[in-house]
Design a protein around this ligand. Sequence first.
Ligand code: F6P
Length: 365
Amino acid sequence: MPRSLRLGVLTGGGDCPGLNALIRGLVKRGTHEFGHEFVGIENGYMGLVEPGLTHPLTEEDTRGILPKGGTILGTSNKANPFAYPFRENGHWVDRDVSDQVLRRCEELKLDGLVAVGGDGTLSIGHRLASRGLNVVGCPKTIDNDLSGTDQTFGFDTARLIVTEALDRLHSTAEAHDRVMVVEIMGRHAGFLTLDSGIAGGADVILIPEIPYQVESIVEKIHRRATRRRSFSIIAISEGAYPVGGTLAIQEQAGEVPGRGVVRLGGSGRVCADLLAKHVDAEIRVTVLGHLQRGGSPSAADRLLATRYGCKVLDLVRDGQWNHMVALRAGEIVAVPLSESRKERRVDPSGELVRFAKSMGISFGD
Ligand code: F6P
């Protein structure tokens, strides 16, 4: 009979569809097969710093959450225990509260901590693990930019949402002969824009990995016009920028809580303004923003998240701490948490980009 343990669970970083499916898989299998007890930790690592943010997490709590977006545990992308923000004399200062977090885990009598998140949350988990805490990580993000895993959950749902948005924007673009610029999340990786740009029939796809030349996009728009295509759809990553230009940043790090995280935004507007000097057609910008992270997870994301949640318990059973679950060649496997620090980028000479180009899609290069 496997030993029953007491496991803390937290979700950190930006929310994404599938977090609740993971929590459900973890708690259900953990309860049924292992008799584990779970402690829900609210708002990411904040729940291990601030009082009153932990509670028993039972199977009953996971009832009905499978199709729900967000996370029943709440999340935070500002609560790094190694640089925790405190307001002092009207200013924000960062303090290392990692000792306090380790003590709190002891007080809670946790045998281990399951940390679900992106590179930030997982690398904090890795640092805590190297301080002796038993940690298992689960990778999530709509950006799909973690190199340790072939896919993160959340990505598939976001890709569907963006694809549908591109489909819908086609009608207005065509009816009004407009150039529609659609700004898509993904931070410094273009996976979401590339996949949904192709799936949604974009004419131009602009990703951070391939800085764009305005002239090249203008040429594409004009070429379409000569073929009686009076509209164009441009899918642009929030992290895309013109050759010789810089990233479009919404808020400068250092000014508000959440600093340390550069918040991207405005790449669509930048691109539209550059194009407006050369293109007669009306240009409109749509920023999809957090719509991309919201709502019910796709079946693929529910499955991947459920598999991750269940697999965590194998790692726990085998004492494989300081590892994260990951998808590799169709199998869910354990990889060292240190892998979570490596970010992944679209390969500009990869198959998908080559095929897209061969179909006439412009990447602005
Ligand atoms: O990492 C997920 C993500 O949605 C990115 O695509 C985006 O840049 C960022 O989070 C936005 O974060 P926030 O919700 O904190 O503005």
